[in-house]
Design a protein around this ligand. Structure first.
Ligand code: BGC
Length: 738
């Protein structure tokens, strides 16, 4: 079976027919430069006719560096290996490059690495990038990471990860932009642009639904209707394609029972035909052999055939194509046309990347790296803007002269590394100031800073001196306790069933709360945690994510008020694990929660999150007023301007992320209680008011029906404007019928 069921055909067919009035058109794919593409096509065709079957299969082969690597170098020379991953050392990179040039047809290699948020200098982790709500800053950061990475010879990064996830149990939320399609799409596009500017091709990943594994368990299957797939999970991929990503990585998991690696409906019908993606699709690491574990392939040969047929061009580290495609073609089990199609895509991408000297768009040139000081500046800015102040009772923060003696507690305050995940990808780590040093340097003259390590390790897995920490807290007027999610539990393969602090950190929080000195909690984490108890026991909470090389310096700046916090949550913080998944954009139920037994909710937990999506405080306050529309209605092909006034009502300057949400009140299907439709981060001086404007097209209000078709239904839309998804300034407009 090559194709999916007929329902799917129906929607594809409808997508190409002239749209009936109630449908908007599917998003356009980026327009390639026709002349260059024609030249590339001709060059690819000319190369293809010279290639042996072995050489063709070599172009689809994508092994990971394995020591001793001489056999792989030989494989490149012989045309059996056309691409490599995980080659980091510039000497090794040069050897592989030279081997490609020494091969019979001199076809250059794709040399790929997970260069995500760091190479030499570590930026905060990507979930923190999203917490800045500044895609332009993410673009700059991605460019700098790419510039550092590209100097040694790497030409493609396995980034950005753009999986939407509403489940913080899934460890890979650290790598993405959180739960929202609009925010996710903005960061997906920005990151693709940035890495590309910095000289790397990108692999937007993981297409699709990898962030929705049941139970939050990594690699587990996802059940996603077509409607939800297009509404929630595909928009970041559309943005990545529009931003020019040359490659896309398929996800490991099953979607509706079929592994994506063998899913022709998703890879070929949706990604290529529907979304117009022209580049190459790679498998994830060993994902082709794993089709056997999924129970959809009998053996490696079967797996190779199914993946190729689905539309997977590159076999990452699986050796299935390398070992079996040749015999499969010779036995007539795989048509040579399928191999040729995949090879054409790989070669075309290599030409588009400028890897050949005679690439029609020009040969690839790596821009010079930004100086270390410039990279550090952007890393610092990213950290500053990513911290989210969840609570700040009685203006506990910032620390001022009036705060008195400060006790800094926690071994993480001595950490000099990024102690997070995946990085830096480069060989050398950059020097990092500790929080203890950074804070000591920034407290007012004469202000005393006490310090207690408390824990034996930065993640508080065990105590070093609990009593000493309590005594230090008692001797101070304010405690700053740094706690960290266990360093090893963020990233791939580390799903959690518990979203509390690791080790003895909760015990420390409880003991310090008992000691009576107000506690500011600084939390280093790669995911939302369930913080209900910690929330009760602390006066202020600052989410620092994993802040990177400049992160602890930035933390000290924010704690002491030199910089006001301005991050907002890109993911909901639940009260407890049992609420997960929970999102501001959940659908309404038949019985909205009233606290009454027969309404939605839990008997042992509140129905609301601890902190909603979009939440984050500053050291000043903002008031929203005068929500207004350019007209009470818009047509189905029209647009509407929306404006709202935002005033800084506090005593200091600050930044606010102005957020706009809509809710479609009546439609043919239940629509989310709120959907983010726009956001702008603005700076306001004390007393200053700014009018912030948004323009919404009717097509921005579309949703997808059961067949994945975009639909704009006439009717009323409620609008909410404010500083979080709980915004309470409301208005209403309508989309008119014909
Ligand atoms: C991950 C990918 C990553 C690849 C190569 C896989 O396990 O899922 O995201 O790019 O390894 O390191």
């Amino acid at each position: 079976m090559r194709r999916g069921p007929s329902l799917f055909f129906t929607f594809l067919a409808l997508a190409v027919l002239p749209a009936p009035p109630a449908l908007s058109t599917p998003s356009p794919s980026p327009t390639p430069d026709r002349a260059i593409e024609a030249e590339i096509e001709a060059k690819v065709a000319a190369l293809l006719v010279q290639m042996t079957l072995r050489e063709k299969i070599g172009q689809l082969n994508f092994p990971s560096l394995a020591f001793p690597y001489e056999a792989q170098i030989e494989g490149v020379r012989e045309g059996r290996i056309g691409n490599m991953l995980n080659v980091v050392d510039p000497r090794h990179l040069a050897e592989f490059k030279a081997a490609g040039r020494a091969s019979r047809l001199k076809i250059p290699l794709i040399l790929a690495l997970d260069a995500i948020h760091s190479f030499h200098i570590a930026f905060p982790t990507p979930i923190a990038w999203a917490a800045t709500w500044r895609p332009a800053l993410a673009e700059q950061a991605a460019e700098m990471v790419a510039l550092e990475t590209a100097q040694g010879g790497v030409n493609l990064t396995f980034a950005p990860m753009i999986d939407i996830s509403r489940d913080p149990r899934w460890g890979r939320v650290i790598e993405g932009a959180g739960e929202d399609a609009l925010l996710g799409a903005a960061f997906a596009g920005a990151r693709v642009k940035g890495y590309r500017k910095g000289g790397l091709a990108t692999a937007a990943k993981h297409f699709v639904g990898y962030g929705a594994p049941e139970g939050g368990r990594d690699y587990n299957g996802a059940q996603i209707s077509l409607s939800e797939l297009f509404d929630r999970y595909i928009p970041p991929f559309e943005a990545a394609i529009a931003a020019g990503t040359d490659t896309i990585m398929a996800s490991f998991n099953t979607v509706n029972g079929v592994p994506v690696t063998a899913n022709r409906r998703l890879i070929t019908d949706v990604l290529r035909d529907r979304l117009g993606f022209r580049g190459l699709v790679m498998s994830d690491f060993v994902a082709i052999p794993e089709l056997i574990n999924h129970g959809v392939a009998a053996d490696l040969e079967d797996a190779a055939r199914k993946a190729l047929n689905a539309g997977i061009d590159l076999d990452m580290a699986g050796r299935a194509y390398d070992r079996y495609l040749e015999t499969a073609v010779e036995a007539g089990l795989v048509p040579i046309s399928e191999i040729d199609t995949a090879v054409r895509r790989v070669l075309a991408v290599k030409y588009r990347m400028g890897l050949f000297d005679d690439s029609p768009g020009g040969a690839r040139r790596v821009p010079p790296p930004a100086g270390e000081a410039a990279v550090r500046r952007v890393a610092r800015e990213m950290a500053r803007e990513s911290f989210v102040l969840l609570k700040n009772s009685g203006a506990t923060l910032p620390i001022t002269a009036q705060s008195g003696t400060v006790a800094l507690i926690g071994a993480a305050a001595l950490a000099t590394n990024d102690h997070s995940w995946y990085g830096p990808a480069g060989l050398e780590k950059a020097a990092t100031e500790t929080l203890r040093d950074a804070l000591a340097a920034r407290l007012g003259k004469g202000q005393t800073l006490l310090f207690a390590e408390a824990f034996a390790d930065p993640c508080g897995l065990s105590f070093k001196d609990k009593e000493g920490a309590i005594a230090t807290a008692r001797a101070a007027d304010l405690v700053v306790l740094v706690v960290a999610e266990d360093c090893t539990v963020s990233g791939e393969g580390v799903s959690r069933a518990d979203l509390g602090f690791s080790g003895v950190q909760s015990e420390m929080i409880a003991a310090l709360a008992e000691a009576g000195t107000p506690v500011v909690l600084v939390i280093e984490t790669g995911r939302p945690l369930a913080l209900a108890d910690a929330n009760e026991r602390s006066a202020a909470i600052l989410i620092a994510w994993h802040p990177g090389t400049e992160g602890r310096t930035a933390l000290a700046e924010v704690l002491t008020g030199a910089i006001a916090p301005s991050g907002k949550l890109p993911m909901t913080f639940p009260r407890s694990v049992g609420q997960v998944p929970i999102s501001y954009s959940d659908l309404p139920t038949s019985r909205p929660s009233t606290g009454d037994r027969y309404t939605t909710g839990y008997v042992d937990e509140k129905p609301t999150p601890l902190y909603p999506f979009g939440h984050g405080l500053s050291y000043t306050s903002f008031v929203y007023s005068k929500l207004a529309f350019s007209a009470p209605t818009l047509k189905r092909d029209g647009k509407i301007d929306i404006r709202v006034d935002v005033t800084n009502t506090g005593a200091r300057a600050g930044q606010e992320v102005v957020q706009l949400y809509t809710r479609q009140l009546v439609a043919s299907r239940s629509r989310p209680m709120r959907e983010l439709k726009g956001f702008q981060k603005i700076a306001l001086k004390p007393g200053q008011t700014r009018t912030v404007r948004f323009t919404l097209k009717a097509s921005d209000l579309a949703y997808h029906d059961d067949d994945g078709r975009p639909v704009i239904e006439p009717g009323k839309f409620r609008v909410f404007a404010g500083g979080s998804s709980a915004a309470d300034l409301e208005g209403e407009f309508a989309v008119a019928g014909d």
